[in-house]
Ligand binder design. Sequence first.
Ligand code: AMP
Ligand code: MG
Length: 601
Amino acid sequence: MISVEEALEKVLSYVDVLEPEQKAILDCLGQVLAEDIYSTVDIPPLDNSAMDGYAVRAEDNRGASRSSPRYLTVIGEVAAGALPRQTVKPGTAIRIMTGAPLPEGADAVVRFEDNDEVSRKSAGGELSQIGILCEVEEGLNVRRRGEDIAKGELVLERGTILRPQEIGVLASLGRATVRVIRRPVIAILATGDELVDIGQPLGAGKIYDSNTYTVAAEVSRYGGIPRILGIGRDSVQSLASKIDEGLDADMLITSGGVSKGDYDVVKDVLAAHGEIGFWTVCMKPGKPLAFGVIKKVVGGKQKSVPHLGLPGNPVSAMITFEQFARPAILKMMGKKNLAKPTVRAIIENDVPNKDSRRIFARVRVRRRGGQYYASLTGPQGSGILTSMAKANGLAIVPETSRGVKAGDMVDVQMLDWVEEQDQVKGYSGWVGKAVPVVGVVGRSRSGKTMLMEQLIGEFKHRGYTVAAVKHSRSEIEMDRPGKDSWKFAQAGSDAVLVSSPAKLAFLRTVERELTLEEILPLIGEEFDLVLVEGFRQSKIPKIEVHRKEQGDNLLCSDEELLAVVTDTPLDTDVPQFVWGDVTGVANLIEEKFLRIGSRRR
Ligand code: AMP
Ligand code: MG
């Protein structure tokens, strides 16, 4: 069995970046530039107005204001696309439209909101004069020549992926065509005697060929050009002739006929015509995969085309496509980033891993309050294509794990972008459940606070967001007599919220002490971890801080405890850490709550 990474490396070693082609810019969406684009023009080509208004000399308007306007003589008008004919001399102005070139002599534009044209017009007044109602700085509302792109500048580098905005930039430079790496042509062949093409009547025992269409759509989605060869029957003859039709393509993708005990025709046909490897890849679904190169002399010419043989089961075909065909297509197109976008999410179901393969579980990822949650899309059989239709991601359960439990963190390869499910719930309802909460308890003066501080520092250092909850019997800083918050509380206000640029504190009088479960929702879900000092009665996993001088007994029972931090060895099965081993304690928390099912990056 080979790993997903080994299989991918092998597939990629057989494909190369394709040659460039010259094409109309609008046909290049998603393709990679094969030339550096330098500008032959300035954009904008001339200083011009960013507003409708009047072109003026800033100097003429010193001290102008609404109460004391500065009056200028209007000597003309310039529209977008026209060239100004007059010069703005001291005491004059030219009416100007957005995008029109700035007349000589002018160095600023005063928009209509800051001159009296509108009121003048409604009063039926003269427009041979204009009142300027504000002080004007040089350059106000002026777009400078070349401020976007200067002539001679390198605007787009070779290797850039063309998105709508880059295509717009090319148009703004006047480029009608451009050199890009061409799109790969992917020949697609389904195999199986049971398959019927859509549009045909379905006989008994037959099924419609869906893989051809899934794969063709995937090829288009990632930028390739699908060439559908149709359905090859489970006979050497049928397959061989179909494969011949695909030899002009850059890659051949077949589906079906690769599992053990099958008719094995794909294997026979390919073995006769080239190198072929049949792999058992350490993944689920998608274990059987074929890969090789077909070499054949056609019309006296040696042809060679890489071949990827996907499993026949529709889900397996699609997932193996995503893992192996997609990166190959991207590489041929000249793209550098071949990895799928991945998010870390909390899985909402148990996914056991019994046979130590990498599981790609079909999930729907949703975002709630800044945290991603992934839930299985139903039965996970590799023939159940609707499990893919309902999914927007593939949750990864590593081959090294026995599986994941609901509440664990997993990596999810996104098939599409995540949907925002609902708004942050704010201060009502229990929303903190999915964020791991770990308590630090101990007798007074045992060093709880110190351990809290150390752990907060350690997890921040490891890149997590952390919230801390402290149980306090005494007044807190903001509640100190004399402070405004104290005064508001004294005045009878039930809740006082103090907000500063860096901090927010919420002070509220309560009738009874709240439980941790009631407090956690106030923190929300945006953190990776909540560390809680105190609250010994709550049911959260706890770390007890212990000192010998305080006796041999622990406060908590073994079942409640995640670990003990102690200055003396104790007779307990709970993991023990010596004082100062913050790394050890943090590793344990991370292992248990933050990284199960996902390797640290
Ligand atoms: P195979 O890998 O050929 O043994 O196929 C495994 C399963 O996938 C069988 O149940 C096939 O009927 C099914 N299958 C194979 N090819 C296709 C296809 N093109 N469309 C839909 N199902 C297929
Ligand atoms: Mg078959």
